[in-house]
Write a new protein. Sequence first.
Length: 375
Amino acid sequence: MHYLTLITAEIPTLVEDEEANEAVANQINKLKQEKELSPKEPLCILDLLLESCNNIRDTFSRAVVSATSSILEPYYSDTENPDYLEFWDKTEELETAYQQTIDCFKLPEGRIVPYYHSRASHFTIRNGQAYKCCAGPLHHEKRTKSAKRIKALPNYPIKKLYPTLSNYATEYWGYSYYPEHEAYGFYYNPDAFFDWYSIGGRWPSLFLVKEDCTECSIGERIFHYHGEEIPCPEGYKWVCAARKKDIEWQAINDWYLLNVKKRFRSLEKLFLTGERDEDIRGIVTEDGILYGNRLIYEKGETEEHYLTRMKLNERPRYPIVFYAFLSENGWQTQNDIVISDNSTDYNPDSWQETLESYIDSLSDDTVLIGVDCHM
């Protein structure tokens, strides 16, 4: 899953490194020329390289990359930094499991293998016998010739399959033995929040800043707009990182509202004329336009009614739907916001208030960075 998250960094005013900027610009131009000569393929390696270069195209962007890496390292699931790792002792659990049984098969050559082995993965056990899975045109379980050559061994003692606890730990579970702990297990990051991330990523249009703003970063637009300009209001540009004071929050709100009204007109046109504009989905019914399990347009409704019903006419002060933000107290997510102690449903209004309070607490020079986190 991908989660849009907000992190912040304190980056001082920087002196532009023109030599480094020129080197990156030359690399970007070279990649663009190579791309023009290459077949157009979605998410090809040239696109990835271009976005990596865009992510470090100027001094401020490089500072954002460096700050992001340092800030997120403690929350990386695959970190090798011992400062963030803990040992998980699995010895007791292994010793208990080692006394149990597992379904096995005896292959025609006499070899005994567990049910998950590649040689046995197409077979299952029914009534003490081996059956071929998804056999024949009906794809059902069947006692085929190959199944009859295999002997089912249900509830086979694990001790017989793995002669030692060490064999069982390493071959079945993939655990290692650590002499310093005198135990089997593995190291893990208990604070892991992501297994990889991208600045911007699936959300390339986060913050609007004025066109002449230099302390900003467009991030990596890996999943969108390969080389294309992202539509935005005249005189502005979309970025994924910028100082709080440079982000034009009202312009973002105005832009969203403009596009919501445009969407209403497209839905109305589809319902009245049957003409469908690009990116307008849904099924036209007698009552309106149905998308999924809800009406996204109701017959005869006005623009004002549409905005009110969809709760789109009252935009928040900071109109970006982050799933989480990272503060000095650690991660806080939408799932942390609950209506009461007896409910696990979060209240969107409370989450927005929490997010806005956090942004309010930041200084004007603080750099806000939108990160696409995956876990």
